[in-house]
Design a protein around this ligand. Structure first.
Ligand SMILES: NC(=O)c1ccc[n+]([C@@H]2O[C@H](COP(=O)([O-])OP(=O)(O)OC[C@H]3O[C@@H](n4cnc5c(N)ncnc54)[C@H](OP(=O)(O)O)[C@@H]3O)[C@@H](O)[C@H]2O)c1
Length: 200
């Protein structure tokens, strides 16, 4: 299974750090190209591989750590999304519901990536918290996971666990969306809830 992170900002770097901590190789890409990520990757360790967007999109599991509307540009960069597992970390905070046809933001992203299996995860915590060691005080920091495809959810759940977090399923995108997605200028109830489980 190969992994890549699109976005080398706060969230992308935080998650890349967790891959390093867990000894899992991950590609990372942004808009400006791999040279702009070299120094970050060097700091994080050799498990982080700076890539072009095109190369990063070859991974089996792609983590979208980009501003919400940027998903439209990334969507265009692959001729087909068939079979890709995409982890949507975006938050459409402040996006008027009318711009989303009153749908959940994950539904908009899923629609833009036909054939991909979208799973929502890692979006409920600030980047600074995501960067911290997820194992503390004998417990593991909770990451909420929601998605419509059972196999993709299982893949992401296994990754979340390998990264040292405790995955907690919120059901489908529609179910989980009510709990962890931003709606216009309000945050869903589980956003910012920094929870721990004794057993992952
Ligand atoms: N910050 C948080 O605490 C936090 C927590 C949870 C979720 N989120 C959500 O996570 C997402 C990322 O947040 P962030 O704070 O990490 O953002 P950020 O610091 O602004 O970084 C965004 C990254 O996305 C890249 N990017 C933008 N458009 C792209 C495109 N078309 N193709 C490839 N790369 C593109 C940028 O590339 P360049 O560097 O080349 O410009 C940049 O590296 C947002 O949707 C945010 O709402 C944020």
């Amino acid at each position: 299974m190969s992994y890549s992170i699109i976005g080398s900002g706060g969230v992308g770097v935080a998650l890349a750090g967790q891959f390093v901590r867990s000894g899992i190789t991950v590609g990372i890409a942004n808009r400006r190209g791999p040279d702009s990520i070299t120094s970050i990757a060097k700091k994080l360790g050799d498990k982080v591989v700076p890539l072009s967007l095109q190369d990063a999109l070859k991974a089996d599991v792609i983590i979208l750590a980009i501003p919400f509307w940027s998903h439209r540009d990334v969507a265009k960069a692959l001729p087909t999304w068939q079979g890709k597992v995409v982890i949507d970390v975006t938050n459409a905070y402040g996006v008027p519901l009318s711009d989303l046809d009153n749908q959940l933001s994950s539904a908009i992203v899923a629609k833009a990536l036909p054939g991909a299996h979208l799973v929502k995860a890692f979006n409920h915590l600030p980047a600074g918290v995501l960067a911290q060691d997820p194992a503390i005080a004998g417990g593991h920091r909770v990451i909420f996971v929601s998605g419509d495809d059972e196999s993709a959810v299982a893949t992401v759940t296994a990754l979340v666990r390998r990264l040292g977090y405790a995955p907690v399923s919120l059901g489908t995108l529609a179910q989980g969306g009510q709990l962890v997605q931003a709606r216009d200028k309000s945050w869903a109830p589980l956003i910012f809830q920094d929870l721990f489980k004794r057993e992952a």
